[in-house]
Design a protein around this ligand. Structure first.
Ligand SMILES: Nc1ncnc2c1ncn2[C@@H]1O[C@H](COP(=O)(O)OP(=O)(O)OP(=O)(O)O)[C@@H](O)[C@H]1O
Ligand SMILES: [Mg+2]
Length: 276
């Protein structure tokens, strides 16, 4: 499954397609030769050890970093798209979001509302709907800085949702969620809530790319998985083909057994009490 050749002409107008993408920061190569295709209607998880290049790859795919190779979103080379055009097609949840102004939750979420023609009531309704979706109903007037880490993360996700609310709006072009560790600071109930939200966005025709550390949630929710290691693509393919103990043990240099499969669910565990 290494370095699969991608044909960008296949369904390209609805997909995210990377072909031999390499990224350097300054003179340092960080990501080398990554190729994959994410279809709208699916959730692609990017996994791999800390420092393997997941965030760097996502930052290139969201226009923050330049890249070599090719990357197409809805048939257009990302490198040639304006920030405004990209913002219409996709919302981005960064791994870390810092806000140094004393904004309310409502004001933070409103940053995602691109349609300036919407009336005040319409905007307020959408903000409340987005907050309810991430389990923060009633948080509108709270000060963002006073929220817990997990509450801040879900507020940011509500902002992203506001930006690309309809997975497939009237223009027929799928919208995309690019999420960097969307559940990393959440408790298990909210992890499931947000993963279901992302899966539902994909089920309704949108595209989702999520950087994940939780292998069990990845196994449960991802349609496709890209595994990064040391800045390279170790594996890419369907959930079934990638999420196996051999590939994951190689990826993390850490023995991982697939200990349980029940009703299609996988559970990955280190086989013995951990002593590192
Ligand atoms: N601006 C930068 N300058 C130099 N090196 C960088 C820069 N940004 C990232 N790196 C390095 O690139 C590598 C990949 O970083 P990246 O943030 O993509 O990892 P990651 O897979 O997202 O890790 P994590 O799971 O810890 O978030 C790391 O070794 C990191 O130190
Ligand atoms: Mg990262």
């Amino acid at each position: 499954m290494l370095h699969q050749k991608i044909d960008p002409s296949t369904n390209v107008d609805r997909n995210l397609c990377a072909e031999n993408v390499s990224i350097s920061i300054g003179k340092t190569p960080i990501v080398r030769d990554v190729s994959f295709e994410a279809a709208s209607g699916e959730l692609l998880a990017i996994i791999g050890p800390s420092g393997s290049g997941k965030t760097t790859l996502l930052r290139a795919l969201t226009g923050e970093l330049s890249y070599e190779g090719h990357a197409f979103l809805s048939g257009r080379e990302l490198g040639g798209m304006s920030a405004e055009d990209q913002a219409v097609l996709r919302g981005v949840l960064p791994q870390i979001s810092q806000i140094s102004f004393p904004l309310t939750v409502s004001e933070v979420v409103a940053l995602g509302l691109l349609d300036r023609r919407a009336g005040r009531l319409q905007r307020e309704t959408r903000i409340s709907e987005a907050l309810a979706k991430v389990g923060l109903a009633g948080f509108e007037g709270r000060t963002y800085q006073d929220l817990s880490g997990g509450e801040q993360q879900r507020t940011q996700l509500a902002r992203v949702l506001c930006q690309v609310w309809d997975p497939v709006p009237a223009d027929g072009q799928p919208r995309w969620l690019f999420l960097d560790e969307p559940v990393s600071s959440l408790d298990i109930k909210h992890q499931y809530q947000i993963m279901h939200l992302a899966a539902d966005y994909a089920a309704r025709g949108g595209g989702v790319v999520a950087v994940m550390h939780d292998l069990n949630l990845t196994a449960e929710f991802a349609n496709k998985v890209l595994v990064m290691k040391c800045g390279k693509q170790l594996a890419y393919g369907s959930n079934e083909s990638v999420m196996c103990s051999g590939t994951l043990t190689t990826a993390y240099d850490f023995q991982l057994d697939l200990v349980e499969v029940r009703s299609g669910r996988k559970l990955f565990l280190h086989p013995a009490p951990v002593k590192i």
